[in-house]
Design a protein around this ligand. Sequence first.
Ligand SMILES: Cc1cc2nc3c(=O)[nH]c(=O)nc-3n(C[C@H](O)[C@H](O)[C@H](O)COP(=O)(O)O)c2cc1C
Length: 181
Amino acid sequence: MGIIMSDFLDLCKKRQSCRGFSEQPVEHDKLVQCVEAGRLTHSGCNAQPWSFVVVESPELVAQIAQCGQQLNQNAWLGSAKAFIIILEEHAVLSPVISCFLDSQYYAKGDLGAATAYVCLEATVQGLGSCIIGVYDRKKICELLNIPVEKQFGAVIALGYPLNDTIRSKKRKAFEDIVKFV
Ligand SMILES: Cc1cc2nc3c(=O)[nH]c(=O)nc-3n(C[C@H](O)[C@H](O)[C@H](O)COP(=O)(O)O)c2cc1C
């Protein structure tokens, strides 16, 4: 049987990296919804190794945008209207599992999942989102009063998309990445 579209697959297709936001501000309640989706994410041992910083004050948003414009990348980031920064927190694993594994063993995967949930909920809310991979972490910590040793799970830029045409996904072919045995 082939792939049958579902509401969730539709949402996955609709979520796309947005690299240009309109002047329309983002409602506080929509950012709350996005964080709620992150909070509900599954995690190894339910350790929930995350916390969320929502940047919505225009002055701080502009400053964080500058921190993401490293190496002449992401010039469009100046149009972002909000950021959600996901921080890595200490994970408490069950005693049995922590005998074998470092406490942060699952954290990166958990943070990735939370990042995806935030972005998917942003799509449901009609917002555009883009995860930013290159940024001045120390400067962001300074601006937001975050301890400088804190590791980041993700920096997500948000706003209303300037262009909401859905692009087709550039992905490896289904047959090339799956094996049914
Ligand atoms: C960890 C991570 C870092 C990323 N960093 C950037 C970035 O700095 N700038 C950017 O324009 N896109 C960035 N992206 C977006 C990817 O380029 C994008 O997800 C990928 O090309 C697939 O396209 P789509 O999100 O539109 O489906 C990042 C994505 C991830 C997951």
